[in-house]
Design a protein around this ligand. Structure first.
Ligand SMILES: [Zn+2]
Length: 452
């Protein structure tokens, strides 16, 4: 084992490190630039991407009223507006036209998480994969995590590729580099206790987890009065880290909580910094826009639907891809000195936005706060589902305790909800043996399910 640690690990890390070091170096260097330098570099990358699309990709040649000659770094951001907004449905319809022909050797098919139930397929290539891994590496650097240190990964459900990765050969390497994978789909209290006890004993340096799983662990640790180590670095993905959730997680596990915005389509796209004022975008790889209902860009700091343009995938460049998340952008200087603009706040899936009867959007923060506070007070878990305009269901997890709290809860819930919605509501409160998980294995406290 000594030989493996002393010889094999350095060789393995070095081999992979070399192939990726160019990206890592470039990204880390970009973190020392001025905001203007970063902007300039991004405009150049964007211009290259749009030119490539207009030269090589049939879909964009058909749909865009520009030619590659029209695109320059100084007008790239405006030129981008000539490109159509790409929905997952369009990726399916124009699957072949969206690719470079012939497809380069080594390109491989990837699937998105399919939180809507239907996965979107698209091609990635070796170059984009190297960027994805390079970005991940720089995020580890930002968290001051050193390769080889003990790392735990608690995911929801594993997809096909992750299962393959966990196959025998990789499992050996993972064993050597100290990574432990735990299936986190629908954990029982006993399983949560087991994970918490394991954490106390093994003290992982880094924990990667879905937001809601880490939140459940924090909740359980408090319920059972556990004192957890406070120096673990935590990177959460796949969900919205609401302020109330952050507070609780930090109270239990300490302050090193990093919020990562990523997706199966694109990998990590942004990571929060020590200042915790949003998530710095990986601007050499991604261009992010936020738009309103009329597909117009919103002002900085205003919430909109996020569009992602990937600047690292030449095989199937997705431009202005409607990823289904809402958030606001900011380009004010962060005190951590990372010059890249930020996604200020991810406000959840657009499909889970609640509406009042007049079409007004309801702040998900207020609803999640309600779930959290009432869950605490009544010692249960709360989930809110919008069934129709003016009609919501509040689901409470039946944890085997008496239900007398019902009457009070009903009154208070009605008052709180009508306060948030500012209109009369029909509210059905239901005790459930299980709360509903999304197909991806993520738990979402608020869900809009008006079409069922
Ligand atoms: Zn910062």
């Amino acid at each position: 084992m000594q030989i493996i640690r002393k010889v094999v690990i350095p060789l393995y890390l070095n081999y992979n490190g070399n192939r990726r070091s160019w990206h890592v170096k470039r990204i880390l260097e970009s973190w020392t630039w001025s905001a203007e330098q970063a902007k300039e570099a991004q405009r150049e990358r964007l211009a290259e991407t749009l030119k490539h699309a207009l030269e090589q990709i049939p879909f964009y040649q058909d749909q865009v009223d520009l030619t590659a000659l029209d695109i320059r770094p100084d007008n790239a951001e405006e030129a981008l507006l000539h490109f159509p907004i790409l929905t997952p449905g369009m990726v399916k319809t124009y699957f072949d036209e969206l690719q470079i022909q012939p497809r380069p050797k080594g390109a491989f098919l990837n699937r998105s998480g399919g939180t809507t139930g239907v996965p979107t397929c698209f091609y990635l290539d070796q170059a984009s994969e190297d960027w994805v891994r390079g970005i991940k590496r720089t995020h580890q650097e930002a968290m001051e995590y050193r390769l080889g240190e003990k790392k735990w990964v608690i995911w929801g459900s594993m997809n096909e590729r992750q299962r393959k990765q966990a196959a025998a050969k990789t499992r050996l390497i993972r064993g050597i580099v100290n990574i432990k994978r735990i299936q986190g789909f629908s954990l029982s209290n006993e399983e949560l206790d087991e994970i918490l006890a394991g954490m106390q004993k093994e003290k992982p340096k880094l924990l990667l987890a879905y937001v809601d799983i880490l939140y459940r662990l924090a909740e359980r640790a408090e319920e059972t009065g556990l004192d957890m180590p406070k120096d673990m670095k935590m990177k959460v993905t796949a969900g919205t880290l609401y302020p109330t959730m952050r507070k609780r997680i930090e109270r239990v596990f300490g302050p090193s909580l990093f919020n990562c915005y990523g997706s199966r389509e694109f990998g990590d796209m942004a990571l929060s910094c020590k200042e915790k004022q949003g998530l710095h975008i990986q601007g050499l790889a991604f261009y992010v826009e936020a738009i309103d209902e009329n597909n117009q860009r919103v002002e900085m700091n205003e919430t909109g639907e996020l569009l992602i343009t990937t600047m690292v995938n030449q095989t199937m460049p997705l431009i202005r891809y409607r990823i289904g998340d809402r958030g606001s952008l900011s380009n004010s200087q962060c005190s951590c000195e990372n010059p890249w603009s930020r996604i200020e706040q991810i406000e959840g899936r657009s499909q889970d936005l609640f509406y009042a009867k007049n079409g007004r959007k309801i702040s998900p923060n207020a609803l999640v706060h309600f779930c959290w506070v009432y869950g605490m007070e009544y010692q249960t878990r709360v989930q809110i589902i919008q069934r129709d305009y003016g009609r919501i269901e509040v689901h409470l997890l039946d944890m085997g305790k008496p239900h007398e709290i019902h009457t009070n809860f009903e009154k208070e819930t009605k008052r709180e909800m009508e306060n948030i919605f500012q209109e009369p509501l029909r509210i059905d409160i239901m005790w459930k043996k299980e709360l509903a998980y999304a197909p991806s294995g993520k738990f979402r406290m608020i869900q809009r399910r008006m079409d069922e």
